[in-house]
Write a protein that binds this ligand. Structure first.
Ligand SMILES: C[S@@+](CC[C@H](N)C(=O)[O-])C[C@H]1O[C@@H](n2cnc3c(N)ncnc32)[C@H](O)[C@@H]1O
Length: 266
C-alpha cells in the first residue's frame, strides 16, 4: 500500500476507534468519555471532510467535467464541505452553465466559494458577492475553527488559479443589496445570500432586472420545506409571490432540489 494511503487508513482507524470506544451515543452531553452523535459527526468532519480550500495540492489542475468536482462536496446536508449545494442542485447548475457559451453569472452569497468554483469550472464568467465578515456569519459549524472572509477568499483564489480558473472569477466583498447591477447585464443570477424573508426579497428585488431576457434567475432554498435552514418555508412563499407579481416577465422553468430556475420572458 502506498505511504499516503497507509497514513489515511491509519488515520481513519484511529478516528473510528476513538469514536466507538466511547460509551454513549445519547443526545445529551454525558460525563467525560461520552460522545453525542453531533460530537461524533464533528470528529468525522474534521478528519474526512474537506471544509476549506486549504490544501490546493488536492485541487485538480484541470477540470474536464463534473466528475472532477467531487472534492467540493460532503455526503449529506449535515457534513457539507466546500459547496453548500446538494449534488442534484450542483449538477443542474453545472449543466445549465455548460449549455451556454461563457455565460456572465452573478452569484449572491459564496461563503467558502464552492459554488463559485463550480460555476467557473462549468465555463461561467462569475461575479461573486459576499459580505466581508467572518464565516461565523453563517452559523455553520465547520469543525475547523473560525476564519475571516479575506482568508477564505485568498484560499479560493489560489484554488481557482491552480485549476486555471482565476481569470473567470471576480470576487467582490460587499453587501449584495448595495450593488447597482446594470439591467440585463447577466445571463444567470444565482441568489443564495441572506435567507430571511425580508432580505431574500430585497436581493430578488435588487437583482432580477440584471438578468437578460431569456436568461436564468436561480434561487436557492426556496423549493423544499424540509431543508434544515431557518426561514426556508417563508422563502417558498416569497417565490410564489414573486412569480405572481412577475407574470409575463418571469416563468418557472424547473426546480432541482431546493433551487428554483426562473426564465426571464420580457
Ligand atoms: C448559504 S451561504 C452561500 C453558500 C454558497 N452559495 C454555496 O453553496 O457554497 C450564504 C452567504 O450569503 C452571504 N450573505 C448574507 N447576507 C449578505 C449580503 N447582504 N450581501 C452579500 N452576501 C451576503 C453570507 O455571508 C453567506 O456567506
Amino acid at each position: 500500500m502506498p505511504g499516503h494511503m497507509k497514513a489515511t487508513a491509519l488515520g481513519a482507524r484511529s478516528v473510528f476507534q476513538s469514536l466507538f470506544s466511547r460509551r454513549s451515543v445519547s443526545d445529551q452531553p454525558g460525563p467525560t468519555g461520552e460522545c453525542t452523535p453531533f460530537q461524533a459527526a464533528k470528529i468525522v468532519r474534521r478528519h474526512f471532510v474537506r471544509t476549506r480550500f486549504f490544501d490546493t495540492a488536492d485541487v485538480p489542475d484541470e477540470i474536464s467535467g463534473f466528475e472532477d468536482l467531487t472534492f467540493l462536496f460532503g455526503t449529506s446536508q449535515a457534513n457539507y464541505a466546500l459547496c453548500l449545494l446538494g449534488l442534484e442542485e450542483a449538477a443542474y447548475l453545472y449543466r445549465l452553465v455548460r449549455s451556454m457559451a461563457s455565460p456572465r453569472i452573478a452569484e449572491i452569497g459564496r461563503f467558502k466559494g464552492g459554488t463559485t468554483f463550480l460555476l467557473a469550472a462549468a465555463g461561467g464568467l462569475v461575479t461573486s458577492i459576499d459580505l466581508p465578515v467572518s464565516d461565523g456569519r453563517d452559523a455553520v459549524d465547520t469543525g475547523a475553527g473560525s476564519i475571516d472572509g479575506e482568508r477564505l477568499d485568498a484560499l479560493l483564489r489560489s484554488a481557482l488559479q491552480r485549476a486555471g480558473l482565476g481569470d473567470r472569477v471576480n470576487l467582490i466583498q460587499g453587501d449584495s443589496r448595495a450593488q447597482a447591477p446594470e439591467p440585463q447585464s447577466f445571463d444567470i443570477v444565482f441568489i443564495d445570500g441572506d435567507h430571511s424573508y425580508a432580505n431574500a426579497k430585497a436581493d430578488i428585488g435588487a437583482w432580477h432586472d440584471a438578468v437578460r431576457v431569456g436568461g436564468a434567475l436561480l434561487i436557492h432554498d426556496v423549493e423544499r420545506a424540509d431543508v434544515m435552514i431557518k426561514g426556508v418555508p417563508e422563502l417558498r412563499r416569497l417565490l410564489d409571490e414573486f412569480l405572481a407579481e412577475q407574470q409575463g416577465r418571469y416563468e418557472k422553468v424547473a426546480s432541482a432540489g431546493s433551487v428554483a430556475h426562473l426564465r426571464r420572458l420580457g
